[in-house]
Structure formats: structure tokens, C-alpha cells
Write a protein that binds this ligand. Structure first.
Ligand code: FAD
Ligand code: NAP
Length: 337
């Protein structure tokens, strides 16, 4: 069913007021194909929506918003070491993590409490506490938006990178992901190097490490540190952490000896964007109803009535001041429409 003039405020975690000219909720892949092959709908611009936790609407959407609600978790294969799960794009990511904990399937415990759907997870190769989706990703099924053609993408087809994939670059807006297959481990390979995770596990006095303990620690940190979008509108980290060349980093380190940094691929250096933003004096500041969260400088928030344009303007000013002070470009992680 296609609805018209739908208010998008309940469908984005920033809580931004915007409307969709047309809106359809999809529970079955065949309904999606039917929609995409309907001749009258072909020329209309389309946007695929999950739970709206990584989106900023800066205007009304003039076309058709397709909200992915395809359910289902199905075990499709197993060997001595692994289990393969095929999961509908509309499943909530954290519910899948909880399901895996219950079944004792390891691999995604570090990714506990990330908001959003399974279908959106490959878009930016979701990641947290040293683990990215690509570590457990096997393949996905997607439907081409232009003609409804169904296609499988294996790991190498997705070109996963740091908060990136082919679906955010040269195949942007071209596919609707309908299911994702994950390869989970029967025996956990723990990754608990992130400082906060280690400290929290110690504080919790965890004697023997388990996937449940890692998940509990991640949930504890996240619940204490990140604003809950149900209480205060936000889309998590607004910017990606910049990755800069070694030479540029050395130059910055001379000027700012305390600059935090982590090694990245190809001898590059990752700088926490939150630190850069804080150094520019933005932490806790507001411009009208748009603000920078007081506990987390990377999270832009809607204190109530902020428009998408107001959040975007704040983001632009933050980017400009980081560029001016550090000569570092920070780019949005959030998808801006
Ligand atoms: P949406 O916001 O609905 O969509 C995001 C993008 O994906 C849009 O461009 C949309 O068009 C596209 N899209 C969505 N579904 C599909 C589909 N089925 N097929 C094709 N395209 C699709 N992210 C992390 O990586 N790590 C974190 O730790 C993390 N923490 C967060 C904490 C908070 C409090 C919040 C609010 C967000 C956080 N995020 C994090 C960002 C967000 O949770 C993820 O990006 C998530 O995958 C978005 O899912 P969604 O269903 O809400 O996607
Ligand atoms: P944090 O622990 O305060 O650390 C700040 C940044 O430094 C992180 O973003 C992280 O980069 C990097 N970092 C910290 N320890 C590291 C290590 N041992 N090795 C490499 N990099 C390290 O971060 P936080 O903001 O509270 O977030 C914790 C984790 O959850 C991070 O992985 C973060 O990406 C994720 N998170 C993501 C979102 C989102 O919306 N995307 C929102 C909240 C949290 P990375 O970001 O590259 O990991």
C-alpha cells in the first residue's frame, strides 16, 4: 500500500520534521519487486529507509520512501566452526545480537546496542569497539531500484571500508538490501582491546570472558555515554573519524602534543573527531535547538524543534572550525537528504 504526505518525524531518530510525498512499508521481498516494476512509479525518486538512525532530513522528500520491514532469522548452514544466518533487512540489529547471545553464536557481541535495521548495517559497515560488520559478513541480497532485478553481493563485491561500502559510493541509491547473511562463530574470538571496554570488564569483575559479558559491558558503556534518541533526538556520531597521512599527523603533533591517535591502514593515522571538535570549543554548545552533546562532542542533537537545515548548518560550522584550526577535513557519517 502506498500512503501519501506522511510525516517523517516518527521515522528518524533526530526527530526532524519533514514529510514524504509517497510512503510504503515493505514486509516481503516480492512486494518490493512489484513496487519497483510498477510503470507509473518508475520516474519517481526513491529512498530506502530502515529505522532512520543514520539520516538527516533537511527538506521534504518529493518521491517515494520505502521503509524496509522484512522480518526473519533463518539458520541456512552449519559446520564444526560456524553457523550461517540469513536475516531479513527489517530485523532490528540489536535484537539479532540478543538472539545470537541466546544461541551462543559469537562475532557480533561488540556491536551490541547499535540502533537500526540489519538491512542498513552493510551500508556503512557498522562498527564499534574494534569490530566491523565485515568480519562476520558473508553475503547479501539486494533488489536494483531502477528495474527490480534481484542480485547477490558477496563480501568482495561490497568493497567494505571504514564506515563505508560500495552502497555509499558508486552504487549509492541504486539497491535496496532485502536480506543479509552472517557467518558466526561457535567458539568466540574476543576483541576487547578498546580501553573503555577493558576497563568496564574489569569494573564488572568479569572472571572468565564470555560473549554475554562483552555485550553487557558494551551496553553499559553505551547506555552511560550516548544520548538515548527516544529522549533526545540524535543520529549517533555525526562525523567519521578522519584518517590522515603520517606526515600531516607528525606536523600536528608538534603543535598539539596531546593529540590522541590510532594507527590506520597504509601507515595512516586515525584521529578521534570528538577530540578535534572539543578542542574547537564546540562540546555542549548550541545554536538554537541544534546542539553538540555535552558528554559526547561527536553527537549532534535536536533539543526539540531544530530543523534539519539548522543541524546541517551547525555541522558545517563545526567542520569549518576544525579545518581552520587543524587543517583536517571531517566528513559526515550521517546520510543527509
Ligand atoms: P537508516 O538511518 O534508516 O538508513 C541509513 C542509510 O542506509 C540511508 O542512506 C538509507 O537510505 C540506507 N538504507 C537503510 N536500509 C537500507 C536497505 N535495506 N537497503 C538499502 N539501503 C538502505 N553506527 C555504527 O556504525 N556504529 C555505532 O556504534 C553506532 N552507534 C549509534 C548510536 C546511536 C545512538 C545512533 C542514533 C546511531 C548509531 N549508529 C552507529 C548509526 C546507525 O545506528 C547505523 O548506521 C545503522 O546501521 C542505521 O540503521 P537504520 O536502519 O536506522 O538506517
Ligand atoms: P571512544 O572510546 O571515546 O574513542 C574515541 C575514538 O577513538 C573512537 O571513535 C574510536 O574510533 C577511537 N578508538 C578508541 N580506542 C581505540 C583503539 N584501541 N583502537 C583504535 N581506535 C580507537 O569512542 P566512543 O565515541 O565512546 O565510541 C565507542 C565505539 O562505539 C567506537 O568504536 C565508535 O565508533 C562506536 N560508536 C559509533 C557511533 C556511530 O554513530 N557511528 C556512535 C557511538 C559509538 P572508531 O570510531 O574508529 O572505533
Amino acid at each position: 500500500m502506498i500512503q501519501e504526505y506522511i510525516d517523517l518525524q516518527p521515522y528518524n531518530t533526530f526527530g526532524i520534521k519533514a514529510s514524504a510525498r509517497f510512503f510504503s512499508q515493505i514486509q516481503r521481498p516480492e512486494d518490493l519487486q512489484k513496487l519497483l516494476t510498477t510503470a507509473e512509479l518508475r520516474p519517481i525518486p526513491k529512498l530506502i529507509l530502515g529505522e532512520g538512525s543514520n539520516i538527516l532530513f533537511t527538506q521534504d522528500f518529493p518521491g517515494l520512501i520505502i521503509k524496509m520491514e522484512i522480518p526473519g532469522i533463518r539458520k541456512i548452514a552449519e559446520d564444526e566452526r560456524h553457523i550461517w544466518l540469513e536475516i531479513g533487512a527489517g530485523e532490528n540489529w540489536h535484537q539479532v545480537v540478543l538472539y545470537c547471545l541466546q544461541q551462543n553464536y559469537a562475532g557480533i557481541e561488540n556491536l551490541s546496542l547499535i540502533p537500526g535495521t540489519v538491512g542498513a548495517a552493510p551500508m556503512q559497515n557498522i562498527g564499534a569497539y574494534g569490530i566491523e560488520l565485515e568480519k562476520v559478513f558473508e553475503s547479501l541480497i539486494a533488489v536494483r531500484i531502477s528495474d527490480g532485478e534481484v542480485q547477490q553481493f558477496k563480501h568482495q563485491d561490497c568493497h567494505f571500508g571504514y564506515r563505508n561500502s560500495v552502497f555509499k559510493t558508486h552504487l549509492k541509491h541504486q539497491y535496496a538490501i532485502t536480506s543479509v547473511t552472517l557467518r558466526l562463530n561457535k567458539t568466540p574470538e574476543f576483541s576487547v582491546d578498546y580501553g573503555m571496554l577493558q576497563t568496564t570488564l574489569q569494573q564488572m569483575q568479569v572472571q572468565s570472558l564470555s560473549i554475554r559479558a562483552v555485550s553487557d559491558a558494551v551496553i553499559k558503556i553505551r547506555s552511560e555515554k550516548l544520548p538515548d534518541p527516544r529522549k533526545i533526538g540524535n543520529a549517533g556520531s555525526f562525523f567519521k573519524n578522519p584518517v590522515i597521512a603520517q606526515e600531516h599527523f607528525q606536523h600536528l603533533q608538534l603543535q598539539f602534543p596531546d593529540i590522541p591517535h590510532y594507527p590506520a591502514e597504509d601507515r595512516a593515522v586515525k584521529i578521534p573527531a570528538a577530540w578535534l571538535i572539543e578542542q574547537c570549543g564546540w562540546k555542549g554548545r548550541s545554536m538554537g535547538h541544534a546542539g553538540v552533546h555535552a558528554q559526547h562532542a561527536l553527537v549532534l542533537v535536536n533539543y526539540g524543534q531544530a530543523s534539519g537545515q539548522a543541524i546541517k548548518q551547525l555541522a558545517d560550522e563545526i567542520r569549518a572550525s576544525v579545518q581552520e584550526k587543524f587543517a583536517v577535513e571531517i566528513n559526515p557519517e550521517v546520510n543527509i537528504y
